[in-house]
Design a protein around this ligand. Sequence first.
Ligand code: NAD
Length: 260
Amino acid sequence: MEKRIVSERMAGKVCVITGGASGIGLASARRLAAEGATVVIADLDEVRGPEVAEELGGMFVPTNVADEADVAALFRRTKEEYGSVDVAFNNAGINPPEDSSILDTGVDVWAKVQTVNLTSVYLCCKYALEHMVEQGSGSIINTASFVAIMGAATSQISYSASKGGVLSMSRELGVQFAKQGIRVNALCPGPVNTPLLAELFAADPAQAQRRLVHVPRGTFGEPEEIAAAVAFLASDDASFVNASAFTVDGGISAAYVTAE
Ligand code: NAD
């Protein structure tokens, strides 16, 4: 999707993007860089990650966001290399098909999703905040989901619970650190056309169709449409947007019945 970039509002800002090698993270890294930011790509993917960093003139830091030492090193290296940590887009996450109805989801799958989707955000906030508190400024954007605020009968129980946790944690941190010049928002995207969604729906095409009915415009979002919201939340244009559930869902959460 072609978007005209109209500003240099991220000039001089250093942005860490977890899951920056694919999907929403990749589109956001491109958008932030196009608006003048220096980007740090943190991802498990040691093939795509360095390619993206090179494309955008930034740095790749191989990172497992569920590993405390990796996350601490990510933010420390960013600070050492570029002098500040202005934006943390804590976005990496998984949505495995084995995570489904509570009746079928074992505790091992439950725990894995909680660790990668929720514990990771706790770790990324903790280590980004160390630097942001010292600076007296920063914007943290944590990727939750519209399922943090709505229930789905096509359930992924641990995923939904993890995103609810991301939303509550973001709200609380936004309130706690506001007087220190730091904003923390939870981004709640609707379903977006990325490899993560494709993987899930390849396993069950009927599920994709079942969900699409609930999107008022009849198509899933594109990663660039989420990236535009990320760039806004990251920028000083969002100076009075804090502790929010920032919903970018094409109207799903407002829909009772959609048009034929
Ligand atoms: P994606 O699969 O396209 O990209 C996710 C990236 O995260 C990949 O590059 C992957 O390598 C990386 N990653 C996975 N586990 C990691 C780990 N442990 N450490 C570091 N990197 C890791 O996914 P996406 O659709 O762009 O999703 C990004 C975020 O948006 C996720 O948190 C997801 O839950 C959320 N989200 C997605 C949708 C959607 O429909 N796609 C909707 C709402 C929320």
